[in-house]
Design a protein around this ligand. Structure first.
Ligand code: CP
Length: 311
């Protein structure tokens, strides 16, 4: 098993082989999570820092659990209560944390490119936990793991991503990853929330939800970022729900064997109806469980498990 990445900053340009390696390792770690003692000694002696400059529930907690399940030491940094409020710069904050001898930094930041900037002056290995509207690679990996668990493959499936594609790091990472793995990807949303020239990413583009869902295997529903309404990009939430909300009626357009996904947090009754979110075809909570396994796999592989030197 060879793994080629020192950091995980995004899925753009990551090879099919490396994605397969992560998903296969996550399958193994998923089994660890079902044991009575959910812990392995794999990263004993390694120190991981969760450096979160933006709010998070799922990503931060699952990275914390993943590190602990691998027996690593874990530090949590969030801006509230830190010296950031006294004006300490990002670079000074990181340099001070690194002076305490840490090995890996898991980072979320509102600015696209912040994790890449971090690699330019830090000696730690960096994992992007979501940067601005750029990428959220571990979310896309856990999404792909959830799809693969249901269908046994990614190749040849038709995946529709619905919502605010323009501001979505989840959509961008899913598009790069799914395309690399041989799936066909369609996006659907209001024209004001679709990136210019998004077709160049190799996706089919729809503004009509019925046409987008027709015969699809997977619908991945994005959170409607409610703050976009103030920016004038959306006329009203009611109109968005009428035109793009995923309801049980619209779900009938999908392939008979289908799954419904959402990265969370959900706005129930806005982008997704409650009965769809909690229905038999929903894998939303499986995605959360898979998030721990995927993050265990990423921490393990980035730290050197399966490195070319091991062969
Ligand atoms: N999906 C996701 O990134 O959720 P959090 O913002 O809660 O981490």
């Amino acid at each position: 098993m060879a793994f080629g990445l020192k950091h995980l900053l995004g899925l753009e340009g990551v090879s099919r082989e490396d994605i397969d390696t992560i998903l296969n390792a996550a399958d193994s770690f998923r089994e660890v999570l079902d044991r009575p003692i959910k812990k392995v000694p794999t990263l004993r002696g390694v120190t991981v820092v969760n450096l979160f400059y933006e709010a998070s529930t799922r990503t931060r907690i699952s990275f914390e659990l993943a590190a602990k399940r691998l027996s690593a030491d874990l530090l949590n940094f969030t801006t509230s209560g830190s010296s950031v409020s006294k004006g300490e710069t990002f670079k000074d904050t990181v340099r001070n944390i690194e002076a305490m001898k840490v090995d890996m930094i898991v980072m979320r930041h509102a600015c696209s490119g912040a994790p890449k900037f971090l690699t330019e002056f830090s000696s730690s290995q960096v994992i992007n936990a979501g940067d601005g509207s750029h990428e959220h690679p571990t979310q896309a990996l856990l999404d792909m793991l959830s799809i693969r668990q249901h269908f046994g493959k990614l190749d040849g499936l038709r995946v529709v991503i619905v919502g605010d594609i323009l501001h979505s790091r989840v959509a961008r990472s899913n598009i790069w990853g799914l395309k690399t793995m041989g799936a066909s990807v369609a996006i659907c949303g209001p024209t004001t929330l679709l990136p210019v020239e998004v077709e160049k990413m190799g996706v089919d583009v729809y503004c009509d939800i019925s046409r987008a869902l027709d015969g699809a295997d997977v619908v991945n529903v994005l959170r409607l970022q409610l703050e976009r309404q103030q920016s004038g990009l959306l006329p009203s939430l009611r109109e968005y729900t009428n035109l793009f909300g995923i309801t049980s009626e619209r779900k009938r357009l999908l392939n008979r064997n289908h799954i419904v996904m959402h990265p969370g947090p959900m706005n129930r009754g806005v982008e997704i109806a409650s009965d769809v979110a909690d229905g038999d075809d929903s894998v939303i909570l499986d995605q959360v469980t898979n998030g721990v396994a995927v993050r265990m796999a990423v921490l393990y592989l980035i730290k050197g498990g399966g490195s070319k030197e091991d062969e």
